[in-house]
Design a protein around this ligand. Structure first.
Ligand SMILES: [Zn+2]
Ligand SMILES: [Zn+2]
Length: 153
């Protein structure tokens, strides 16, 4: 929004039609609210578009979309040999925080030169789940297969 203030001439700016008090550049689309408007409709749209962006990032990291190409919606859902659901924001934060804490704890006792990939496991209510950094998914996948006696790489 700061850059709009510099680039856009004053006569292109409008009062946001929703009455939120913003004075700025109207966005395209049906509602034509100002950029940065925090009404329910606009913030919902913002959350959805952040979700799409995050989902596209996950699709790239999972190898479902070739690097250099943009992830189209749905493409990442149909392609590939696994099923995934990406979450961001309020739902994701507690998971990320728990993962960070457990990883830091493990890091503190990691022997020098131990480069094995890290997996955090959580056990409660009869469910045991694993959380890992997608950036290390290939090393981790290979390690898990080796642990189970598969001959890989
Ligand atoms: Zn508004
Ligand atoms: Zn709005």
């Amino acid at each position: 929004m700061q850059s709009d203030d510099v680039v856009v001439p004053l006569d292109r700016k409008v009062d946001c039609p929703c009455g939120c008090g913003l004075f700025g550049v109207a966005r395209y689309g049906r509602l034509k609210h100002c950029r940065g408007c925090t009404c329910r409709s606009c913030s919902g749209r913002r959350v959805r578009s952040l979700g799409h962006k995050s989902q596209g990032k996950a699709a790239h990291k999972l190898g479902l979309v070739p690097s250099g190409r943009k992830a189209r919606s749905n493409e990442e859902d149909e392609a590939g040999a696994l099923r995934y659901e990406n979450k961001t924001g309020r739902v994701a934060r507690p998971v990320i925080t728990a993962f960070r804490n457990v990883r830091a704890q493990s890091e503190a006792t990691r022997p020098f030169g131990d480069v094995r990939p890290f997996l955090a496991t959580f056990d409660a209510d009869g469910l045991h789940v694993g959380v890992f950094d997608l950036d290390h998914q290939v090393e981790l996948a290979l390690a898990i297969l080796r642990n189970h006696g598969f001959e890989v790489g």
